[in-house]
Design a binder for this molecule. Structure first.
Ligand SMILES: C[S@@+](CC[C@H](N)C(=O)[O-])C[C@H]1O[C@@H](n2cnc3c(N)ncnc32)[C@H](O)[C@@H]1O
Length: 267
């Protein structure tokens, strides 16, 4: 069976790039192939794959269908400075997140929400991010541990604390003991994508597009001590389909957060 992708390096690779490329290759269980002066389309043709993960001195990126996907904390930086300035972050509010809390992010994606949650939960808290796309999980696991460009110490530490698990969230949830996380969070790919979501665009080629299942929400309710939160577009029918009766969000924001509080939970 041919691999979905191959790993290679930039045209002028040194020992550090080769070492990291070998790590990605082992992590993904796909071949590490020589760049051999070839263009990315030529590599795609030669190995019959849909994408190529390239490790260069600058960064590690996944190229697929003309899009480049790489780790970047993007909006997490801004959201953390707004939280520090006392502004409301609607996800944090929906989670009622406090320092020391444990959060299970079942749809890690690029790790933006997880980074903001990790900042608020702090070094006494714990954030575990589950991502079913192996390429994304590997890129984000590496990015969260190594990103440092113009980043503050608290951002670097918040990212580094996140534990990345590559798995389907339903299988992972089933393995967890009851009430083992304060908050379980879902941000599945929106049923109706927002037109201007440039940050999500490169993600579409690797992301799991499946709708959130009722079973996953039930398992999340077992695993959560306090609440289960889901992000979707404001008028999405997913909230009622999945039993999220309480919905919060910014007045002018196209997205909102559905909340299911645990009966008897204190928040
Ligand atoms: C909209 S993105 C999440 C973005 C993320 N909240 C962030 O801040 O970067 C949804 C992610 O959930 C992942 N996903 C969807 N279904 C999943 C499942 N069953 N198990 C694990 N991850 C899943 C997708 O692959 C995608 O990366």
């Amino acid at each position: 069976m041919s691999a979905v992708c191959v790993v290679t390096t930039g045209h002028r690779a040194g020992a550090p790039e080769l070492k990291l490329a070998a790590w990605f290759s082992a992590r993904l269980g796909v071949p590490l192939v020589p760049r051999a002066g070839l263009s990315l389309p030529a590599l795609v043709r030669r190995y019959g794959v849909s994408g190529v993960l390239v490790v260069s001195a600058r960064r590690a990126s996944y190229f697929c269908n003309g899009e480049e996907l790489f780790f970047h904390p993007s909006l997490a930086k801004l959201r953390i400075s707004e939280i520090k300035a006392g502004k409301t972050d609607w996800m944090i509010k929906a989670m009622a997140l406090q320092p020391g809390d444990w959060v299970l992010d079942c749809t890690l994606g690029l790790g933006v929400d997880a980074t903001v949650a990790s900042f608020v939960a702090g070094n006494r808290g714990r954030v575990v991010g589950v991502e079913s796309s192996p390429v994304l999980a590997a890129l984000v696991e590496h990015g969260l541990k190594t990103y440092s460009d113009h980043a503050s110490r608290e951002l670097i530490e918040a990212m580094a604390r996140i534990e990345v698990i590559c798995a389907d969230h339903l299988s992972y949830l089933k393995e967890l003991p009851a009430e083992s996380f304060d908050v379980v969070y879902f941000d599945p790919m929106f049923r109706k994508p927002l037109p201007k979501s440039a940050a999500i665009n490169p993600l579409r080629f690797v992301a799991n597009p499946a709708p959130l299942s009722v079973q996953a929400v039930q398992e999340a309710l077992r695993v959560a001590r306090r609440r289960v939160v889901m992000k979707e577009t404001r008028d999405s029918g997913e909230f009622s389909r999945l039993g999220f009766t309480r919905i919060e969000g910014g007045k002018f924001s196209p997205v909102a957060y559905g909340i299911i509080k645990k009966r008897g939970g204190n928040g």
